[in-house]
Write a protein that binds this ligand. Structure first.
Ligand code: ATP
Length: 237
């Protein structure tokens, strides 16, 4: 579903922020992307979703290149950044309608957004202006909008920050449902327990380079993910 090959991104002279990253996320995978602050997670993620031009390498989503067929890759991908910028002058309802119009979601499938709002207990807030939403409410709305057009690949930067435990639980269920329907999820997180419980795959990035990736059980061996992470990144301090 997502294949990154030798991705290089430089912001300026010196060592690239992302330096030859390769990884695969197959249909049905939930892949956690972990690394210390500044390791290159957001840079990789923004390159994947076409929000950031990259210098070298290839990113393929659902068989199409992000560079040469971005129409297709954007159509099948949903992206929720860590601090979604939503239009404060719209209500939640208007924003969801705007996103579904953009994605040309057929009328008969538009009930999906309402069901998602119910599951996130956001239904009563949908007529309210987004400018009056809390951070967590904005996060929920961004997730509802992202899932409303039934993406094949869901890409998220720190998706659980700001979500209350019930919303986080709901979102984990939704990720599982997407994957059972043949989709895939790729997300960054600093919460290793979440990655450990939720993901079947994991990639660890250190100073722009992947230092471990694959099935979580194989990466972890008989240790906790935290132990593995500390070992892999201990010389960075
Ligand atoms: P965090 O966990 O703190 O969010 P991250 O793993 O997402 O970190 P990135 O944001 O991808 O890390 O940053 C990787 C490197 O690229 C860092 O050294 C950062 O300073 C640098 N960087 C990121 N964005 C820019 C930018 N717009 N201009 C210059 N350098 C940047």
């Amino acid at each position: 579903m997502l294949r990154i090959t030798n991705l290089v991104k430089r912001y300026g002279p010196g060592r690239p922020a992302v330096d030859g990253v390769s990884l695969n996320v197959a249909p049905g995978d939930i892949c956690g992307f972990i690394g210390r602050n500044g390791a290159g997670k957001t840079t990789t993620i923004r390159s994947v979703v076409g929000a950031l031009p990259f210098d070298e390498g290839e990113i393929v989503i659902d068989g199409a290149s992000v560079r040469t067929d971005s129409m297709h890759t954007k159509e099948v991908t949903a992206y929720v950044p860590d601090d979604p910028e939503l239009y404060g002058f719209l209500t939640g309802e208007q924003y969801i309608r705007f996103v579904m119009d953009m994605w040309r979601v057929p009328e008969k499938e538009r009930g999906r957004a309402g069901e998602l709002a119910e599951r996130f207990s956001l239904t009563n807030d949908l007529p309210t202006l987004i400018s009056a939403y809390s951070h967590g409410m904005k996060q929920k709305l961004a997730i509802i909008a992202a899932l409303s057009h039934r993406p094949k690949l869901l890409v998220l930067d720190e998706p659980f920050v700001g979500l209350d435990p019930i919303a986080a639980h709901t979102f984990k269920e939704l990720m599982g449902e997407l994957c059972r329907e043949g989709g895939a999820v790729f997300f960054s997180t600093h919460v290793l327990e979440t990655a450990e419980k939720l993901c079947n795959r994991v990639a660890v990035i250190r100073q722009g380079r992947i230092v471990a990736s694959g099935d979580i059980d194989r990466v972890r061996g008989d240790q906790s993910l935290e132990d593995v992470f500390l070992e892999l990144t201990e010389h960075d301090a």
